[in-house]
Design a protein around this ligand. Structure first.
Ligand SMILES: Nc1ncnc2c1ncn2[C@@H]1O[C@H](COP(=O)(O)OP(=O)(O)O)[C@@H](O)[C@H]1O
Ligand SMILES: Cc1ncc(COP(=O)(O)O)c(N)n1
Ligand SMILES: [Mg+2]
Length: 557
């Protein structure tokens, strides 16, 4: 980094990230007066004069963790409430402390019981957190009584924070009351005027406005403006429950302009806790320094992708399932941080083993794999339909010991458990095996997932499920797989054209016809997968070499 950069970066960082509190601590420890800070003028000047000070402040800024305090109820089913808030903040990379206002007995069916925490103990929790920790943003959820709201307002007066996000939770999605009707007036008179943003759903917006009916996006616009007049700086009316809407539409009003935020509605039963999650994610973004509108947009897209990732989760038997916040992290964030291992060019000569053929020729699986690699196979799949689990795991381990030093990926056919047990490079599944999205979540983002597909719809699904490549076939008739209808070269071309993923052709491919396959010349057709052409031959290495030279030849021309 050049010295110019060094001057600019730490000073901007310190301008943005250091709270007044931290600044005053630094002034004390560096014996710097406010007059001196003001006299030194811009942070750039300060950096030039006291570089060590600014570097230390920047280091402090880096150590400071953005912090949201949620003041909300506990949901024993962990879909909503405090539990959702902590998960959403964790997913946003923000620390979340929690003041529990009530304990609910709750599941995917509904709320079976509410046990309010006495107001003075809510006050004690607030004091414990706010007097000790540097909270950036307070987010409220279930506040069951007017006196709890009053306790919170006085705590905020004593310990001011940068922003207040109010999710006016009144009724659960299951229809159960979560706050006494008398809290409504205290919300309107005491809490909303302190809020930087309030996030009512349709029912809550209607309650705040005295029970008016809200049935359309136009009604949401009017509601947002009317609620704004109660004192919050921004209003987000959430339309998760808008009838007959194919989109999830929310309306944001900042006191000047209404913005309609639209996203596709995810079809799922797992929407319990969307409101809590949205508000917490907004709070987390505000804590990190995002402007309000950006915080809302990021939160909405976070909710949509978390819903999408957990749309098929089955937790509980009721109509309102929770969703999995960290699934997104497992599959995306760590995936982004680490480069995937898969290189589509590895599909060029894809060798699939067959235990029957090895038995016929009296070879061990390791000898077969060694010979295929020696001949130029670029990826190996172990397809052991009959093997006992223990034998399969051992064979896979031995084959990995051969493949790894040669940089040849080793995949396991069908058996996710075996792949996990031996840390293979991935799994290949067929249409009736475990669904690819489950394979992906079990294996994580860095492993290779391949799916056999015969048509564009299956190819699209494989892509949506997070697969890395598609195996398309059988291209020609084959004796290796019984009752497998062929798709021919035309079917192969159709799948390739429709597929967003690289494709390897499979089924009846040999030294004699491999050229005709690659010559269909579709850019994402990356290679051929073969079984008998290599393993039902007297010399595996020789046959592999012949096939490899044909493939390399077609690629050159
Ligand atoms: N099925 C869905 N697909 C996508 N987004 C949704 C879905 N249901 C709700 N949302 C979004 O989740 C957020 C919470 O909305 P909503 O469910 O109305 O709040 P609450 O949980 O407080 O009732 C909003 O941004 C809304 O648009
Ligand atoms: C403790 C608690 N807080 C908030 C909600 C609202 O969530 P939802 O609207 O999804 O039922 C809830 N059900 N329980
Ligand atoms: Mg909801």
């Amino acid at each position: 980094m050049s010295s110019d950069c060094m001057q600019v970066i730490p000073t901007t960082m310190y301008m943005r990230a250091i709270s007044l509190f931290t600044l005053s601590r630094f002034m004390q420890s560096w014996r710097l007066s406010m007059a001196e800070v003001v006299l030194r003028g811009s942070p750039h000047v300060l950096y030039r004069r006291r570089p060590a000070l600014v570097r230390a402040m920047a280091a402090e800024a880096r150590r400071k963790v953005s912090h949201v305090l949620t003041v909300a109820g506990s949901d024993s089913g962990a879909g909503a409430g405090i539990q959702a808030d902590i998960k959403a903040c964790a997913a946003a990379g923000v620390y979340c402390s929690s003041v529990v206002t009530a304990v609910t007995a709750q599941n995917t069916v509904g709320v079976q019981g509410v046990h309010p925490v006495p107001e003075d103990f809510v006050a004690e929790q607030l004091r414990s957190v706010l007097s000790d920790m540097e909270v950036d943003v307070v987010k409220t959820g279930m506040l069951h009584s007017g006196s709890v709201i009053e306790v919170l307002c006085s705590s905020l007066k004593e310990f001011p924070v940068r922003a207040l996000v109010v999710d006016p939770v009144m009724v659960s999605t299951s229809g159960d009351m979560l706050s006494a009707p008398s809290t409504l007036a205290v919300y309107c008179n005491k809490l909303l005027p302190l809020a930087d943003i309030v996030t009512p759903n349709l029912k809550e917006a209607s309650a705040l406005l005295g029970g008016c009916s809200l049935k359309s996006v136009a009604d949401m616009y009017s509601a947002a403006k009317l609620i704004h007049s109660l004192g919050p700086r921004n209003v987000l009316v959430k339309g998760g429950d808008l009838p007959d809407s194919s989109d999830a539409v929310d309306v944001f009003y900042d006191g000047e302009k209404c913005h309609e935020l639209r996203g596709s509605r995810v079809v799922t039963r797992n929407t319990h806790g969307t409101g809590c999650t949205l508000a917490s994610y907004i709070a987390a973004e505000l804590a990190k320094g995002s402007p309000v509108m950006q915080a809302v947009q990021r939160a909405k897209s976070y909710v949509a992708s978390a819903l999408c990732y957990s749309k098929d989760l089955v937790i509980g038997n009721g109509p309102q399932g929770p969703f999995d916040h960290l699934m997104k992290l497992k599959n995306h964030v760590s995936g982004l941080a680490q480069k995937p291992l898969f290189n589509p060019d590895d599909l060029l000569l894809y060798a699939v083993t067959d235990s029957g053929m090895n038995k016929k020729w009296g070879r061990s699986i390791t000898d077969a794999v060694k010979a295929a690699i020696e001949g130029g196979a670029t990826i190996i799949q172990l397809r052991e339909k009959e093997a006992d689990t223990q034998d399969f795991v051992e064979a896979a381990r031995s084959c990995l010991a051969i493949c790894r030093p040669c940089n040849v990926p080793l995949l396991i056919n069908d058996r996710v458990d075996v792949a996990l047990a031996c840390d293979a490079d991935g799994v290949h599944v067929g249409q009736s095996d475990m669904p690819a999205h489950l394979v992906r979540s079990l294996l994580g983002p860095r492993k290779i997932v391949g799916v056999s597909c015969k048509n564009p719809a299956q190819a699209e699904q494989a892509w949506a499920d997070g697969a890395n490549y598609i195996g398309c076939g059988g291209v020609f008739p084959t004796s290796t797989k019984a009752n497998n209808p062929t798709v021919g070269l035309d079917g192969l071309r159709t799948v390739c054209m429709a597929s967003k993923l690289p494709v390897v052709a499979i089924g009846g491919i040999s030294v004699g016809n491999a050229r005709s396959v690659l010559e269909i010349s579709v850019p994402n057709l990356k290679g051929v997968a073969v079984v008998s052409a290599l393993f039902d031959q007297e010399c595996i290495a020789t046959e592999t070499r012949r096939l490899r030279s044909i493939l390399s030849d077609v690629l050159r021309t």
